[in-house]
Design a protein around this ligand. Sequence first.
Ligand code: ACO
Length: 422
Amino acid sequence: MPDSVTITDNRTGESVEIPIVDGGVDSEQWRKLLPGIWFYDPAFMTTAATSSGITELDGEAGVLRYKGYPIEQLAEQSTYLEVAYLLINGELPTAEQFDAWKHEITYHTFIHENVRKRFMEGFHYDAHPMGMLVSAVAALSTFYLDAKDIDDREVRDKQIIRLIAKMPTLAACAHRFSVGQPFVYPDNNLDFAANFLSMMWKVAEPQYAANPVLARAIDVLFILHADHEQNCSTTAMRVVGSSHADPYVATAGAAAALYGPRHGGANEAVIRMLTEIGSYENVEPFIDDVKAGKGRLQGFGHRVYKNYDPRAKIIKRVADEVFEVTGKNPLLDIALKLEEVALADEYFTSRRLYPNVDFYSGLIYQAMGFPIDMFPVLFAIPRTSGWLAHWGELLEQGQKIARPRQLYTGPAQRDYVPMGSR
Ligand code: ACO
């Protein structure tokens, strides 16, 4: 049997045989056979918008690998900064390469005083930190004019370092502003996660000493969230990047996509849902409501995973370690019961709906003291390395500007009617 598909245009009897390569068929042959006939695929359900060598995801088998390394091994043995290096550069760093990378990131964590004083402090007192982050990242584009030179690899690398390094600073700054606390400058003696926690929680102590279990938990969560192939926000990054916009505005576009409740906002929605359910006895009636179409079980289901999200398994373990330190999040029992009831229910099993990464991540963040509004911000910090890895790959591939077609279904041509005659 040939590894190919044959498409026949029944109007003309003409056919084309297209080989299946890397699990896909090239649309160019389709275009040649059927000029002006578009492949109708809203929400990219069946479209591979690119080839990519960064993250491998097998949703049927519940497999996630960055550059070939299983997520379980990275979460167990690596650090977020090492994973960020891997995503951006394609290989794990040597000790020397890692030292240089860590140094570069550490020494780019400061933000221009104007970003903080004039820009961030200009927001309304109750501004959502994710809205602040999206805007602040876009605003960085106006501070680094060299960033427009996207054809220069060295210039690109510089912006990548700046973005990965400054995200935690902007994130913490947005939080401190929203709770009326003074900004905390980055501490170059701390590692990535501990420095972020310092900028979040430091009060008057000379140096903030993060609990090592919590700092490691944040680092593992950052590893788990660093990349996830062609998800909604990464696609936004690639689409904006394909117009050759600078990486700051492209990252802002990606972060904006992440903000939505169907994507990075889901862990916020999980906590709101668990709070609304309120107690153990309300779990089954809630599930009945979901099955009756009255809302969704937040943190369940995934476009790609039709099996347990491998990240959710790791997060469950991290949650136990965090709760040892913080005390158990009272919503955990409701979450566990929800998972048990849903996974025993035909509605969820037949649709292959399993917990995704967001089902438990919010419980950890909440137990660590992060306000719910900060959850999507916590997601954006590590995903920045994934977005930038895809941005670099897109430019290396020399991909054309993203420009899908449409099937026009509006009115046919008609004549303008003056307002008085309508
Ligand atoms: N609760 C109840 N039913 C669901 C859920 C859910 N969470 N998710 C999907 N379904 C049902 C749908 O109603 C549909 O049923 P039907 O065939 O009877 O109409 C079926 O399962 C397929 O659902 P779709 O919406 O077509 O699946 P899609 O791939 O478009 O959506 C999504 C994926 C958006 C993640 C969806 O599962 C969802 O809304 N989940 C809740 C929000 C969430 O947890 N998002 C986080 C995703 S992970 C991330 O971004 C990091």
